[in-house]
Design a protein around this ligand. Sequence first.
Ligand SMILES: Cc1cc2nc3c(=O)[nH]c(=O)nc-3n(C[C@H](O)[C@H](O)[C@H](O)COP(=O)(O)OP(=O)(O)OC[C@H]3O[C@@H](n4cnc5c(N)ncnc54)[C@H](O)[C@@H]3O)c2cc1C
Length: 391
Amino acid sequence: MLDETHDGSSLPYFSSEHEILRAQIRRFVETEIKPYAQAWEEQGFVPREVLRRMGELGFFGIRYPQQYGGSEMDVLASVVLAEELGRSTFGGVAITVLVHTDMASVHIFNAGAQAIRDQFMPDIISGKKIVAVAVTEPDAGSDVKNIRTRARRDCDDYLLTGTKMFITNGIYADLYCVAAKTAQEGRPSESISMFLVEKDRPGFRVGKKLEKHGWLSSDTAELIFEDCRIPASNLLGGEGRGFYAIMRNFQNERIVMGAMAMGEAQAAIDLTLTWVTQRQAFGSPLWSKQSIRHRLAMLAAKVEAGRQLVFHAAWLAKSGVEATREVAMVKAYCGELVNEVMHTCLQFHGGMGFMRESAIERMARDARVHTIGGGATEVMLEEIAKRMHAP
Ligand SMILES: Cc1cc2nc3c(=O)[nH]c(=O)nc-3n(C[C@H](O)[C@H](O)[C@H](O)COP(=O)(O)OP(=O)(O)OC[C@H]3O[C@@H](n4cnc5c(N)ncnc54)[C@H](O)[C@@H]3O)c2cc1C
């Protein structure tokens, strides 16, 4: 017998522990996010108290060891978190959390020295400290190897100089995982290192707050480093290991973004279904028009296919199977699909879909970045194409 949060489509990937987590997050989204998030859209960030509460409830530690306050679950638990936050209809809230849990703090946990992990992981998991990851620059996004930020060794310190662009949690984070070049020559893939920069380090400042098309409740900023001095112990992993760390983490990040996109797409279909069954045109509800029913039914099928691809890629990753191809498929397919869903769902809302007061209007704006951020569709298609061979 399936419980009320379980529609059967997540079998056989999820355990009862995953489903309990899903129910907890869904409850939190309904009671603590949806009623308030419009105000966060207007203020441009998610209040710290809300993030603290999520930390207290254990949502930030689902992948981390118990010794730091985590619950040691697997990548499928991150999928649950991302899907349910995606279903909130507020992409800005979802990305605020997911950058912290699955895109930024992972650099500290996976590569930080023991003392760094011991110092910071408990506060990261409890939500006392929020983390951002800063790789992208004004002249380098998809092409990570082309970053210009430099880190120069100075006795027991490093000095970081450069500018980072489009950084989620950029203004309100406490900790920044920053990519910088430690070698100017040699193989570009071996010249990048990752560093932990605490907000109060001299030489670091937030440049400007960036005004966006969507994700309005997520704070996004330009960051500036001017001979920013940090101790050498803040190097995350070895010198020259940063590019590999970024690529490794992209696997998790892209699965999570795919799950978030499918949560958003499902929520859009759900609320459009409610709309078209109530809205009357030409003497009957829109749902009575076969073309509308069929297009929604086809989108439902595609979203189900997208979800299953996310689950499968997550399961491969969890099982230790090399899944770059499947993960690239997740990112490309789900990123494009969520936009197709939003376009059609907005269409079926008619003029109301174009109004700021409708959820679908915000959701369509929020979805747009899914084909760009964290690996643009074209870059993902290259990853797939590289692995296609004529028989
Ligand atoms: C709201 C938001 C939040 C973000 N948060 C973060 C963050 O927290 N941390 C961080 O480091 N970065 C972040 N980013 C940056 C994001 O990851 C980059 O925008 C993304 O990687 C694309 O890089 P770019 O913008 O420089 O575009 P470019 O690399 O200049 O590419 C522009 C376009 O060209 C096309 N293209 C690129 N490469 C190819 C190719 N090889 N073949 C064919 N077409 C191609 C794609 O359509 C792409 O969209 C964020 C971006 C946004 C918009």
